[in-house]
Design a protein around this ligand. Structure first.
Ligand code: FAD
Length: 460
């Protein structure tokens, strides 16, 4: 008789868990996976994918406006929220089915219920009450949106989870938060025609991003009509006859049909039984891991957002893959966390990789900055005066480009390729020697010749 029911039991069928399950199974492991909501996890069901679909929808407004400058006249364009949500739901259901089919193809046994850790080798399935044993347990339970539970009226607010399922398009939206999810939803609702206010407790949106990007996106969002109230928080929220009233510090009251909180996310470890079996958690409840996935209990591992390191889908996927190859496939490798490209799908969008100017200065001391701010070609005829920003951060001693930061159309697409160059250690001279692709916006990256001198700073 076999010692354990499974070689691997994965808790959470999201980005990291599904990848780990599939790869471990492909190496011959007997694998089971439990999912309490829907297969695919946050990214597929209520994160990256549905968000990007809403982003696409929200940008048609610009396209329609710009088209006039190119000779088109468009009358009678109308937007229907219910049609968009139905189309989005179909696509998410399709993707969920694809994920389920992949698990089935690899003979991964699926438990469509919540699971908790009962022992170093034991998993309890909470709905059926069964306990099963596994040689290894992988915690891949992701994260959940934070709410300020002590705020009076918090029961009236939604998070990104609910924003994807609203029955009606809200006409007035107030969003609390200044991170990427907050600014993305602000742009989505604005693009779809809502009045949008963003309330953020700090002085400027997108903490941790390059200052030029933060400033440029603030300017662009403001000039698109998004009202940004920085340095304030809600003190209470009330239901009114016409919707909701959000009272904020300083006494201002903002009225809304929906108030959305996007004030960060926390690892999903509550009630998971981890402390009971000796798995160490960090201050905010994240599973503490050594190296890429090992917890303080040898048979229990964790990957993805539940470890609260770099909370992005490609990172969770790679962690799950490396874990499965290493532990079940006799192919040891670890994840390299350097130069992870990332995007903010606001409108205009941000693509960024490597060090911000501020980080590079702290890391290398002497750096050079190259930047350009210009109206993209399409904007001229369109009569749009929004500017595109491109910025290179270069370590002076080695001439290596250590940061690429872009705000403007297709920034994410451009930065994905720039990330290859950054990882390969490309120098500014390599950028300079690369032939421009004309006419494009991205060609600016290889034609930036003048170092940017800060006002009052001598040339280096
Ligand atoms: P998840 O994908 O969250 O999967 C965890 C799964 O575990 C969930 O399905 C959950 O239901 C399940 N689960 C939890 N507890 C249990 C339990 N006890 N038993 C059974 N099942 C359980 N990342 C990007 O890279 N790009 C983006 O553009 C992007 N946009 C985002 C937009 C939004 C609105 C949000 C919320 C996130 C976004 N992310 C984005 C982040 C991305 O979704 C996560 O980094 C990624 O999903 C993490 O994968 P994971 O496997 O760690 O966890």
């Amino acid at each position: 008789m076999l010692e354990f029911d499974y070689d691997l039991f994965v808790i959470g069928a999201g980005s990291g868990g599904v990848r780990a399950a599939r790869i471990a199974a492909s190496h011959g492991a007997r694998v089971a996976i439990a999912e309490e909501y829907r297969i695919g996890g946050t990214c597929v069901i209520r994160g990256c994918v549905p968000k990007k679909l809403l982003v696409y929808a929200s940008r048609f407004t610009d396209e329609f406006e710009d088209a006039e400058g190119f000779g088109w006249s468009l009358e009678g364009a109308r937007f229907d929220w219910q049609s968009l949500i139905a189309a989005k739901d179909n696509e998410i259901a399709r993707l969920e089915a694809v994920y389920g089919a992949t698990l089935a193809k690899f003979n991964v046994e699926l438990f469509a219920e919540r699971a908790t850790v009962a022992a170093p080798h034991g998993v309890k399935l909470t709905q059926s009450g069964r306990t099963v044993s596994a040689k290894a347990i992988l915690i891949a339970t992701g994260g959940r949106p934070n709410l300020d539970e002590n705020l009076p009226g918090i029961e009236h607010v939604i998070t990104s989870n609910e924003a994807f399922h609203l029955k009606e398009m809200p006409r007035r939206v107030v969003i609390a938060g200044g991170g990427y999810i907050a600014v993305e939803f602000a742009s989505i609702f604005k693009g779809l025609g809502a009045d949008v206010t963003l309330i953020y407790r700090r002085d400027k949106i997108l903490r941790g991003f390059d200052e030029d990007l933060r400033n440029a996106l603030t300017t662009a969002m403001t000039s698109r009509g998004i009202h940004i109230i920085a340095g304030h928080i809600f003190t209470r929220i009330e239901k009114t006859q016409t919707g909701l009233a959000g009272h904020i510090t300083g006494g201002e009251v903002v009225e809304a049909d929906q108030i959305m909180f996007a004030i960060g996310r926390s690892p999903n470890t509550a009630g998971l039984g981890l402390e009971g079996v000796g798995v160490k958690l960090s201050g905010n409840g994240a599973v503490a891991v050594e190296g890429t996935w090992q917890t303080s209990v040898p048979s229990i591992y964790a990957v993805g957002d539940v470890t609260d390191r770099v909370n992005l889908t490609p990172v969770a996927i790679r962690e799950g893959h490396a874990f499965a190859d290493t532990v079940f496939g006799n192919k040891a490798w670890t994840v390299d966390y350097k130069a992870i490209p990332t995007a903010v799908f606001a409108t205009p969008e941000i693509g960024t990789v490597g060090f911000s100017e501020h980080e590079a200065r702290a890391q290398y001391g002497d750096i050079d900055i190259y930047k350009a701010s210009f109206r993209p070609m399409k904007a001229i005829l369109a009569g749009r005066d929004e500017r595109m920003l491109m910025k290179l951060v270069v370590e002076r001693a080695s001439d290596r480009v250590v940061g690429v930061h872009i705000l403007g159309p297709d920034a994410a697409e451009i930065v994905q390729m720039a990330a290859v160059a950054i990882r390969m250690g490309a120098k500014k001279s390599d950028f300079d020697q690369t032939m421009a692709l004309h006419p494009s916006a991205a060609e600016e990256l290889v034609t930036l010749r003048e170092k940017w001198i800060a006002p009052g700073e001598a040339a280096g």
